[in-house]
Design a protein around this ligand. Sequence first.
Ligand SMILES: O=P(O)(O)OC[C@H]1O[C@H](O[C@H]2O[C@H](CO)[C@@H](O)[C@H](O)[C@H]2O)[C@H](O)[C@@H](O)[C@@H]1O
Length: 345
Amino acid sequence: MVRFVEENTKHMEKETGNISNTDVTTVKKKVLQDLSINNGGGLVNSWVNSMRACSPTHLKSLMKQSSWLTEHPPALDMFEEILHVSEGKQIVMFLDYDGTLSPIVDNPDRAFMSKKMRRTLRKLAICFPTAIVSGRCREKVYNFVKLTELYYAGSHGMDIKGPAQGSKYKEGKSLLCQPATEFLPMIDEVYQKLVEKTKVTPGANVENNKFCASVHFRRVDEKNWSDLANQVGSVIKEYPKLRITQGRKVLEIRPIIKWDKGKALEFLLESLGYANCTDVFPIYIGDDRTDEDAFKILRDKRQGLGILVSKFPKETNASYSLQEPDEVMDFLQRLVEWEQLRSGA
Ligand SMILES: O=P(O)(O)OC[C@H]1O[C@H](O[C@H]2O[C@H](CO)[C@@H](O)[C@H](O)[C@H]2O)[C@H](O)[C@@H](O)[C@@H]1O
């Protein structure tokens, strides 16, 4: 196990140049977390247990809703305060897709966004630079959203593209960032293997997200979760350059490079000309564990704010909460109305 951790850490060093001791520790921690899935046996259950632990009933009993809401107040109730702290700063919007703009559904191919949400997003993108940051591949999330005037960061931020047209925030040159292109053949290969390996598990579904892959547990009977996690582990253990992270009833298989939704947020702010600016106010709204990387960046930098979409108390680096996509839409709509009033548009 030690050798595996060392090899992955070395690989990270190669990928990212010189990294600090803190980074090395973080990577080792990540690799060890991955190993708890990859090594099979009793360890594979740690992921399944973690997924169960994330279930609403368990979370409810762990944390009291009322004290959680005190720590992460509803963003709609705090709207005026949020506007107050953003005063004089350029708001930049970052939005996750699944569970934030569209409701969580059993079939990932049917996670449609409402027309009203699309209309709101279109107006939002006129008011502020707006990016969608998703675990899905960029093309897929674009096909759901269908707005050319937005920035899209697909595959957990590993595939970033600027607006095709219609955005007043568009840079002169076209923006494209794909830090994991060398992994494309590997992800393709792993995707095929995962499809083959998991087909014995009823309800399992593997999604090819271009620079990463998702194995869905949502339609799998809970008694088969350990089997499915074992199948995934048995494929991934042959690929030390890949790691596994957990989303909502999904395992995400991605390159072990130092890139995530937080890095994507930083990259986009820099591309928009707001690197190290004090007069920028990024707002990131997301519902997933993978959004925590972005919430953490904002919290650490004391810049802007993160809003977690959740009906139940959860450990989070976000400052505020919204319960569901309908509340996200109300929040975005209020932002639009406020900006239109403010700018006299
Ligand atoms: O970053 P996101 O935009 O939130 O994408 C994360 C994953 O979202 C999708 O899966 C989730 O939503 C599905 C549809 O509602 C649901 O069936 C699944 O259980 C959720 O995990 C998407 O299918 C994945 O590829 C994304 O990685």
